[in-house]
Design a protein around this ligand. Structure first.
Ligand code: GTP
Ligand code: MG
Length: 149
């Protein structure tokens, strides 16, 4: 099954939104394969956002991402990458639909609460960056036959 890397950014943690965000993925039917809190390092963020390091906003993005703990998660299930992005909403929260995480909880692109992988290939890369071998678990969900036909 497909896996995606979802991260709650420092503003999401500070604003007490961890439970709400976890709950949305859980109740959708996705399976939690890994979860932990972490302080992101400069080096890790440079690798994670490797395509954005030259952008003018990158220094502020890195500072924001290092301003407090993040919650790192791996969610697994059918089309988890695409659906995960839909659940997060558009990058700019003012363009995010109500009902999405960003659409419901935030206003500015520089405080947009959460991250979601944008492709299966990037999901694998990001999971490898943020988690150690053995931290991502393969387990069988008892509800799987009630979620998938
Ligand atoms: P992620 O799921 O966080 O990767 O967002 P995304 O894939 O929707 O957008 P992208 O990868 O292009 O940008 C990564 C993050 O950089 C965004 O989520 C924002 O937090 C931040 N970002 C992107 N564009 C801007 C910008 O123009 N200004 C500022 N301040 N931050 C930006
Ligand atoms: Mg992105």
């Amino acid at each position: 099954m497909e896996r995606t890397y979802i991260m709650i950014k420092p503003d999401g943690v500070q604003r007490g939104l961890v439970g709400n965000i976890v709950s949305r993925f859980e109740t959708k039917g996705y399976k939690l394969s890994a979860m932990k809190t972490k302080m992101a390092s400069k080096e890790l963020l440079d690798q994670h956002y490797k395509d954005l390091v030259e952008k003018p906003f990158f220094p502020k993005l890195r500072e924001y991402m290092m301003s407090g703990p993040v919650v790192c998660m791996v969610w697994e299930g059918k089309e988890a990458v695409t659906t995960g992005r839909k659940m997060l909403g558009a990058t700019n929260p003012l363009a995010s639909e109500p009902g999405t995480i960003r659409g419901d909880f935030c206003i500015e692109v520089g405080r947009n609460i959460c991250h979601g992988s944008d492709s299966v290939e990037n999901a694998e890369r990001e999971i490898g960056l943020w988690f150690e071998e053995g931290e991502v678990l393969d387990w069988e969900s008892h509800s799987k036959d009630w979620i998938y036909e």
